[in-house]
Design a protein around this ligand. Structure first.
Ligand code: HEM
Length: 502
């Protein structure tokens, strides 16, 4: 038989029979010496690894970023220099659903991009919305507990969702987006995506600006109504993954235009809102989009588990010229991802081919489970050393950042510029009538099973954002407008008190 088609065990020895257990006599029990049977079963028992704590259901593809613009005055990152083409891997996901959940659910979509740059990997781990629900790391595990399954019933719970969202008014803009037509994208190809946070860029002269990353689909934005999505989910739970895979197989390569928004350090100091608060947006009229280049997806993975399930992204992976900002939510993420991946995939997860940098890695990390390279052989295991290998490179250090203020548990409510409803109101007023009607309809359906006190809270938030939005949602939910108006005169603590346990 052809050598390559020979069945072997896990160390390459030929297997004589793969269908009949070795038994003691024709009708007797299996014997221990059927070691191939035991190897098969034992391996099978261990094939499932933990799913991602959120963003568990996802799909991936390879592609490239080609820089067509010139942002070199802002950043020295080689991946963003004019004319540069860099290979990348992307993973799209839903957030709340488990690994087996349907794709076409109302939810935000995660979009994680790993750029294999000549200066090491840069991961941009974003979503299809320009903002986020919350802004303090402390709220993150709770957000996910509220949108995932109820601990008693094991069911998804609209009550838990809306209770949590309405108790934290900073979620309002994002909740409006999720309930709008954009809450269920038709495909991954038909949505924009964003880095969301404020990041830093710094140039050759070590001058820093703040920046946001945007990717606009060239396929056009297309969304599904609840009704369309319901039909799709009933026949195809993998609709988004199928669309991505099949379009790439057909040679229809989806593309996005990459843009940045830039704010100087001086502008940031004077900005009318906290520019490092992820629940706020930077308005395009004030901070115009600057074109960077084109991101294209053009190759499907060869193996889902190896490349998509084992992919590991973290906002902590940046390259010289791109840095973090004082955004405290971003700071929390810098720890979370690597920690999750050391648990999910093991300490040497960056040696898995999809995660491995395309440049030489010299990090002095040694040993650990599943070390599969040469473990740096005989090179010194410590630094500094007299052999002169792998010295740090001070020339890539980012510029120092001046900060001010006391160290304490800061509550943004103490910031008089903090307005949680402005952006949601602006979004409502931007929507044409058909989209406004859809937003009201989607919200009413989604919140239908929730208790009245929580509905009042949401109606008040809508009213604070926009009179028409508030009045329409109040009528659609069958609430008393006078009560909504009365409640809207209270501050947030008063509103919570008046609507808690009501
Ligand atoms: C403090 C806030 C946050 C924490 C602690 C956090 C934590 C995590 C963790 C632990 C994972 C699973 C990682 C893995 O197992 O590989 C994850 C996945 C993900 N998160 Fe977050 N996250 C936060 C906020 C955000 C925000 C604001 C965004 C979008 C801007 C985001 C986008 C994503 C995406 C896209 C994934 C899936 C990555 C993949 O495809 O493998 N997360 N997050």
């Amino acid at each position: 038989m052809d050598e390559e088609r020979k069945l072997t065990n896990e160390v390459g020895a030929p297997v004589p029979d793969n269908e009949h257990a070795i038994t003691a006599g024709p009708r007797g029990p299996v014997v221990m010496q059927d070691v191939w049977m035991m190897e098969k079963i034992a391996h099978f028992n261990r094939e499932v690894i933990p799913e991602r704590r959120m963003h568990a259901k996802g799909w991936g593809a390879y592609g490239s970023l080609t820089v067509t613009g010139d942002v070199s005055k802002y950043t020295r990152a080689k991946v963003l220099q004019p004319g540069k083409k860099t290979e990348l891997f992307i993973r799209f996901s839903t957030v709340a659903g488990e690994r087996g959940a349907a794709d076409a659910e109302r939810d935000i979509r995660g979009v994680a991009v790993k750029f294999y740059t000549e200066e090491g990997n840069w991961d941009l781990v974003g979503n299809n919305t320009p903002t986020f629900f919350i802004r303090d790391v402390h709220n993150f595990s709770d957000l996910n507990r509220a949108v995932k399954r109820d601990p008693r019933s094991g069911l998804r719970s609209a009550q838990n969702n809306w209770d949590f969202w309405t108790l934290l008014p900073e979620t309002f803009h994002q909740t409006t987006i999720v309930m709008s037509d954009r809450g269920i994208p038709a495909t991954f190809r038909n949505m924009h995506f964003y880095g969301e946070h404020t990041f830093a860029l710094y140039n050759e002269k070590n001058e820093r600006v703040w920046c946001k990353f945007h990717f606009h689909t060239k396929q056009g934005v297309k969304n599904l109504t609840d009704e369309e999505a319901e039909k799709i989910c009933s026949t195809d739970r993998e609709s988004h993954g199928r669309d991505l895979f099949e379009s790439i197989e057909r040679g229809e390569f989806p593309q996005w235009t990459m843009y940045i928004q830039v704010m100087t350090e001086e502008q940031a100091k004077k900005h009318y809102e906290n520019p490092f608060d992820i629940t706020k947006i930077w308005r395009h009229g004030e901070f115009p989009l600057i074109e960077v280049g084109t991101l294209e997806l053009n190759r499907n993975p060869d193996n889902y588990y190896a490349e998509v399930e084992q992919a590991a992204f973290t906002p902590a992976h940046v390259v010289p010229g791109i840095g973090f900002s004082p955004d405290k939510f971003l700071q929390g993420r810098l720890f979370a991802y690597g920690d999750a991946q050391r648990y999910r995939l093991g300490i040497n997860y960056n040696q898995i081919p999809v995660n491995r940098a395309r440049v030489e890695v010299n990090d002095y990390h040694r040993d650990g489970q599943m070390r599969t390279d040469g473990n740096y052989g005989a090179t010194p295991a410590y630094t500094p050393n007299s052999a002169g290998v792998w010295a740090a490179q001070p020339e890539v250090a980012e510029p120092p950042l001046d900060l001010e203020g006391a160290v304490y548990r800061f509550d943004p409510k103490e910031d008089p510029t903090d307005d949680n409803f402005r952006a949601g109101g602006e979004l409502y007023r931007l929507l044409k009538e058909d989209k406004r009607a859809l937003l009201i309809d989607n919200t009413t359906r989604n919140i239908a099973s929730v208790t009245e006190n929580i509905k009042y809270r949401h109606a008040v938030h809508c009213l604070l954002a926009d009179t028409e939005y508030g009045e329409r949602i109040t009528a659609a939910m069958g609430l008393d407008l006078n009560r909504v108006k009365e409640l809207s005169k209270l501050d947030n603590d008063g509103l919570i008190k008046a609507t808690t346990g009501a």
